[in-house]
Design a protein around this ligand. Structure first.
Ligand code: NAP
Length: 251
């Protein structure tokens, strides 16, 4: 199937490794021009070398508004249009209600919600010049069911979904599609580190997943690529779980 992404320009944030890299790699395989960002230049250089000649990087911390402005400014200067935006950031730190300080809340808010707002606002004028513009917000299964010890993710990510659903109504008539992807457990380096010390926890987690295993960044990237592609032209305002069946609610 031709996803019609050849020569399209897609900005993929927080993508030197993990889910963002999985999305960037799948997009690069479709011959899209991919611009990735992250906070560490060495990791970005390494990522771009794996993504191939169509990939570029910009050092940017998406939890800082000035960095988001210069990131999108770079895209504006170096590309005539922007066809897709994949919104991703590092995860907010774990913690229960009694452990999370006001400072943690503020930082989590900037990292998870404000980054999505700033990226959307800055990119919108460029996206509107594309003939097939799309934004995909990467959130988490936590918007459907809270995860123990991840208060900030459970509380702040649903705001991203509220924004996406509202935007779907507001900008649909202008042709910009917006959707969200909700990963369950995808086996990234971060998950490997979290689970390395606790093999038992990993086995019991996998036993709860109907497909019996975690997903891979490549499986995640394939779904993102479809949702960002012109082939998904009638998918708008949708939330898609990619969780091997872990979420068991009816809706
Ligand atoms: N993996 C899963 O199963 C899973 C499931 C649900 C939700 N999530 C969420 O999905 C996101 C990505 O997870 P992951 O597993 O891919 O993590 P990861 O493997 O640790 O990768 C995180 C990526 O984001 C970059 N990054 C982190 N903070 C950033 C910032 N403020 N600005 C720009 N780039 C930043 C990192 O590079 P630098 O450190 O160099 O900046 C790295 O490239 C997180 O929010 C996580 O909570 C993950």
């Amino acid at each position: 199937m031709d996803l019609q992404l050849k020569d399209k320009t897609i900005l993929v944030t927080a993508a030197s490794r993990g889910l963002g890299f999985g999305a960037a790699k799948a997009l690069a395989q479709e011959e899209a021009n991919v611009i990735i960002c992250g906070r560490t230049e060495t990791s970005l250089k390494e990522a771009v070398s794996k993504l191939g000649e169509r990939a570029e990087y910009v050092v940017a911390d998406v939890s800082k508004q000035e960095d988001v402005k210069s990131l999108v400014g770079y895209v504006k200067e170096n590309s005539s249009t922007l066809d897709g935006l994949f919104v991703n950031a590092g995860g907010p730190p774990p913690g229960t209600f009694s452990k999370v300080s006001d400072e943690d809340w503020r930082k989590g808010f900037d990292l998870t919600l404000m980054s999505a707002i700033w990226l959307t606002r800055e990119s919108m004028p460029l996206l509107k010049k594309s003939d097939s513009p799309a934004i995909l917000y990467s959130t988490s299964i936590s918007v459907k069911q809270p995860i123990d010890n991840l208060l900030l993710s459970n509380a702040i990510r649903p705001a991203v979904i509220g924004m996406m659903r509202t935007l779907a109504g507001e900008i649909g008539s202008e042709g910009v599609r917006v959707n969200a992807i909700l990963p369950g457990y995808i086996y990234t380096d971060r998950v490997e580190q979290l689970m390395a010390s606790n093999k038992e926890a990993m086995s019991s987690l996998e036993a709860r997943i109907p497909l019996g295993r975690m997903g891979t960044p490549a499986e995640f990237g394939a779904v993102c690529t479809f949702l960002l592609s012109p082939l998904a032209s009638y998918v708008h305002g949708a939330l898609l779980l990619i969780d091997g069946g872990l979420y068991q609610g009816t809706m």
